[in-house]
Ligand binder design. Structure first.
Ligand SMILES: Cc1ncc(COP(=O)(O)O)c(C=O)c1O
Length: 364
């Protein structure tokens, strides 16, 4: 029973969990050479040092009349604007440490959004060339951001003929670019364990800020990097936190029937390699409309202009609020800023076009 997971006692009655002072990194090998150190100095100074250590704030107004606490991890404070800055830096850093990339390499990745932007920023710092493979659904704003950071944007115009999906077509394009560019590297965010490891740190920051006293973590899912990283940290540090995975209706990660989704960020059209059964204690599926309501409610109640998946976690907490015990501590990871959704979630004509006039009025 999903609900039964929410019957545990709140953390105030528990002892503080063990916490390591710092999350250990997997390998250090190639960082010892002077060339590597010079090249990687961008990771230890300048803008990339501001990735992570994002604020955790208490949300006091988002739900009135609840007797549990909600804390928000504000990943929009990362310099590229999202939680994906963390895996972007960590995947490149470790690819370099493992000798998979070196100066002069071209990084190729399929991403229409936040990971691409995080990679573009890190590649600019590190002097690497990024080719970001996108499809026609990518917003013009994201394309402009990618190009501003110096990335080459490669637009796949035709979906995969077999499935009608753009994702396989984008992956095929990535593969053909890798074949044709001699020194090229694909991060493979859906399968890369350095995506997961980046989020040991995310969870470490949340757990440390709350002194280990966290009962529920609400975490949206796409590649499952955040979910798995937080889950691994919780297990390895014997925390009693339950994880609520928040997925989009129509996303197949947790076995829902594949369906059309309008809001980018969370959800996936295929099960990521990083997914494993049991990472979550329960999963809540959230519709596009629930996300929009969640985003507007977060904005009006807390003055936080956040992206679609942040609305999704707020909607998931709303769905589960009557099952959360009194005194419990909950944390929600708010993955990105709302500016990239101004033309959609925060534009009345877009909401009306996709959901109708009555829904638009209900929102206002
Ligand atoms: C806004 C937003 N929310 C949620 C996610 C899902 O995070 P993850 O890929 O770690 O599962 C992403 C991933 O790109 C995202 O951009």
């Amino acid at each position: 029973m999903l609900g039964s997971n929410l019957q545990t006692k709140p953390s105030t009655s528990r002892s503080t969990a063990r916490m390591s002072p710092k999350v250990s990194s997997r390998k250090q090998t190639n960082f010892e050479s002077p060339v590597a150190n010079k090249y990687l100095s961008g990771l230890n100074s300048g803008i990339l040092t501001t990735v992570g250590n994002t604020p955790l704030i208490k949300l006091a107004k988002v739900f009135k009349d609840v007797d549990f606490q909600i804390f928000a991890k504000l990943e929009m404070f990362n310099p590229g604007g999202s939680v994906k800055d963390r895996p972007a830096v960590n995947m490149l850093k470790n690819a370099f440490a493992d000798g998979q990339i070196e100066p002069g390499y071209t990084i190729v990745e399929s991403s229409s959004g936040n990971l691409g932007i995080g990679l573009a920023q890190a590649c600019l710092v590190l002097g690497l060339h990024l080719i970001c493979v996108v499809d026609p659904k990518t917003t013009s704003q994201n394309i402009k951001i990618l190009e501003a950071y110096g990335a080459t944007v490669d637009v796949v115009t035709e979906p995969d003929p077999a499935t009608g999906d753009f994702l396989p077509a984008r992956i095929n394009r990535v593969k053909s670019l890798l074949d044709s560019i001699p020194k090229s590297f694909w991060c493979q965010q859906y399968a890369n364990m350095n995506n997961v490891r980046a989020h040991h740190q995310t969870m470490h920051e949340i757990a440390t800020a709350l002194d280990g006293k966290l009962d529920y973590l609400f975490c949206s899912t796409g590649t499952c990097g955040t979910l798995r990283g937080c889950s691994e940290y919780i297990k390895s540090h014997n925390l009693t936190t339950k994880i609520i995975a928040v997925d989009a209706k129509g996303s197949v990660i947790f076995g829902d029937k594949r369906g059309k989704r309008l809001i980018p960020g969370h959800g996936a059209a295929r099960v990521p390699e990083l997914f494993q059964p049991g990472l979550e204690d329960m999963c809540v599926h959230v519709s596009d409309w629930d996300c929009i309501v969640g985003c507007h409610h977060l904005l009006k109640s807390e003055a936080i202009l956040a992206g679609g998946s942040s609305g999704a976690v707020i909607a998931a907490i709303a769905k589960k609020r009557f099952e959360i015990p009194s005194g419990a501590n909950c944390a929600a990871i708010l993955c990105d800023r709302g500016e990239r959704y101004l033309d959609t979630i925060y534009t009345d004509s877009w909401v009306k076009e996709h959901f109708g006039n009555a829904q638009l009025h209900a929102l206002n």
